[in-house]
Design a protein around this ligand. Sequence first.
Ligand SMILES: C[S@@+](CC[C@H](N)C(=O)[O-])C[C@H]1O[C@@H](n2cnc3c(N)ncnc32)[C@H](O)[C@@H]1O
Length: 217
Amino acid sequence: MVKIRNIARKFLGRDKIKSIGKEYWESAASGSVEKAMKRICDGFTREDFETKKESIVFVKEFQISSRDEVLELACGMGRTCRWVAPKVKQYTGVDFIPQMVEKAKSYNSSFLNTKFIVNDGRTLSAFQDNSFDVVYCEIAFQHMTKDVQESYAEEVYRVLKNDGFFFVQLPKIEFYKDPTFALSKEEVNDLLRKYETTYIGNSSAYHIVMAKKLNLA
Ligand SMILES: C[S@@+](CC[C@H](N)C(=O)[O-])C[C@H]1O[C@@H](n2cnc3c(N)ncnc32)[C@H](O)[C@@H]1O
């Protein structure tokens, strides 16, 4: 299955491939660090992985401070942790693949204000309500079906502090075509109905959204 997908990726390009499942990420995390980097970021070398700055954490709206508790959802190997951890009080990464979380821990072991946690693939049950100032998630929602996306939108809302921000990249239907995971703008607005949403960045493949938690109580 993984082999067929890799051949398809080679000929069609990663971005046109249907949502990738758990099996793929288990395989990606089971080999060398370099192999995992390549699979996480579609062919990236270690140097690309460590230096390329096309990331949500570099958009000007991604404002973080030394008082902030930050959660990265679907963190993979914690590629962006190195840019975030030095600027905040605490960085926490969560991913549903245990081997990925192990890699993230050793890859980021020099940052002492970090934690990496395995989750169940649809909830953030390890965390209390109102725990984080900022939650972010990049290049991951295209690998989740809509029921999982809905579950995470609710869970992120729960764990964010009032007025906290959720920064997320969501797959565009115009680009991916597959309605099992890709979203129109109306669907994004519905998914993030409990947030005040601002569209930021400029991408043909993703809606890039800064979503502020609304205090609905
Ligand atoms: C393309 S990688 C991106 C990793 C990281 N966000 C980055 O930018 O380097 C996608 C990650 O999402 C994780 N993932 C996919 N579906 C998930 C889910 N339902 N719950 C938690 N993690 C998930 C995978 O294990 C993988 O580590």
